[in-house]
Design a protein around this ligand. Structure first.
Ligand SMILES: [Zn+2]
Length: 395
């Protein structure tokens, strides 16, 4: 008997937490709303909505604003999510650059910092990260909740507990950046793969808003994908989904560091620069995307040819993703988007030529709207999401 009472109490607490999260999320996404609107949208009764709203008002997460349209009787006060209730920090740990932003709870950037990363060992990277984060915290405006969390996107595989299992381009295995950052800054830290945080950023604030089935392709020194399936980031059985850069597009192609052959990223990311002279093609005049795009602007034939070929190879891999996942939208982001104007035509032509007709009929393909900020803003959003305690129910 006693046992069942304990269990019922536990269930009620969970139901309340779930309902509160639904009310807050509804107001955050659709506000301003009256209490009646919230009740209608969520299916929760008015008394429950009033009680939960009162708690959210006391926590400064929701504010009342102006008067709405009356449906007879007194005009209702409207409820709005209070984006200024606190701040978060979003970080993108790149192979050569660390970028950090301070945002409010609706993703408005208040301040940003970046620093180059010379050495790749974890101690150096941690020190560089801290150097970009500290000035943001020092200049943070006062808010009711202060700094509520830090999110970080990293170029590697991350497990469910936030441990960086393997980051080949940094040479890392088993690095617990999360615990170190939590000890340093005394706030919850969430770590995820940079393609996943890029997908979250575009879905929340950029080209992927209101898209339920989205594949975000991050193209830089490697390739990776963040997949949003039915509105949720798909992470696979153990959290490693999205390593599409190692999808083989040439069965007997170039040997990859992962041990396989013909991996997509060897042909369709910045890693393709190293193979530019294959098959007797002329050498490139430079090695980095920003230098090469300058040559592309002046019409340098070898560079134009390279980007056309990278675009074609991107299109081939994207076609495989489109045929396999049937997304509504593909968003291409990451450092290679600097070369968008020379990559895009052959990429789109290849998809149009090769993807299955039903799959491509209403498919949208675009480059990221947030430019180089998809990942930092997505990382910031993960921290917001964790703070707001969105409850996931999975069966
Ligand atoms: Zn590979």
């Amino acid at each position: 008997m006693e046992e069942s009472i304990v269990r019922v109490t536990g269930d009620q607490a969970l139901v309340k937490k779930l309902n509160k999260s639904i009310v807050l999320d509804t107001i955050r996404r659709n506000g301003p709303l009256s209490r009646t609107d919230v009740s209608e949208r969520t299916g929760l009764n008015k008394a429950t909505v009033s009680n939960l709203t009162l708690e959210l008002l006391e926590q400064n997460l929701v504010e009342e604003t102006g008067l709405g349209e009356s449906s007879g009787g007194r005009k209702p006060l409207m409820l709005l999510f209070n984006g200024s209730a606190g701040c978060v920090i979003g970080i993108e740990l790149g192979v050569t650059l660390v970028k950090s932003v301070l945002t409010n709870l609706t993703g408005s950037i208040l301040l940003e910092r970046s620093a180059s990363l010379g050495e790749h060992d974890p101690d150096t990277a941690f020190a560089v990260i801290c150097d970009t984060v500290r000035p943001l915290i020092e200049a943070m405006p006062p808010t009711p909740h202060g700094l509520v969390g830090i999110g970080i996107g990293v170029p590697g595989m991350v497990d469910e507990a936030g441990l960086i299992l393997y980051a080949p381009n940094l040479g890392w295995e088993g690095v617990d950046l999360r615990s170190r950052l939590e000890a340093e800054f005394a706030v919850p830290v969430v770590v995820d793969n940079e393609a996943n945080v890029g997908a979250a950023g575009e879905r929340e604030y950029g080209a992927g808003q209101h898209v339920r089935h989205l594949v975000y392709v991050s193209a830089g020194m490697g390739l990776g994908s963040g997949m949003i399936i039915d509105g949720q980031l798909y992470k696979g059985a153990w959290g490693y989904a999205g390593e599409t850069g190692h999808m083989s597009i040439e069965s007997e192609g170039r040997l990859c560091s992962c041990g396989s052959r013909g991996c997509w990223e060897l042909y369709a990311s910045e890693r393709a620069y190293a193979y530019a002279t294959e098959d007797g093609r002329p050498a490139l005049p430079a090695e980095t995307t920003s230098e090469l795009t300058a040559y592309a602007h002046s019409g340098e034939a070898s560079v134009l040819q390279l980007y056309q070929e990278i675009g074609r190879r991107l299109g081939i891999g994207i076609t495989n993703l489109v045929n396999g996942f049937n997304p509504e939208k593909i968003v291409v982001g990451g450092p290679l988007t600097e070369a968008k104007e020379w990559i895009e035509p052959s990429m789109l032509a290849t998809i149009a030529e090769r993807a299955l007709p039903y799959h491509r009929r209403e498919l949208a393909v675009s480059f990221s709207e947030l430019g180089s900020r998809s990942a930092v803003l997505g990382a910031a959003h993960l921290a917001v999401s964790q703070f707001l305690g969105r409850v996931r129910v999975s069966l």
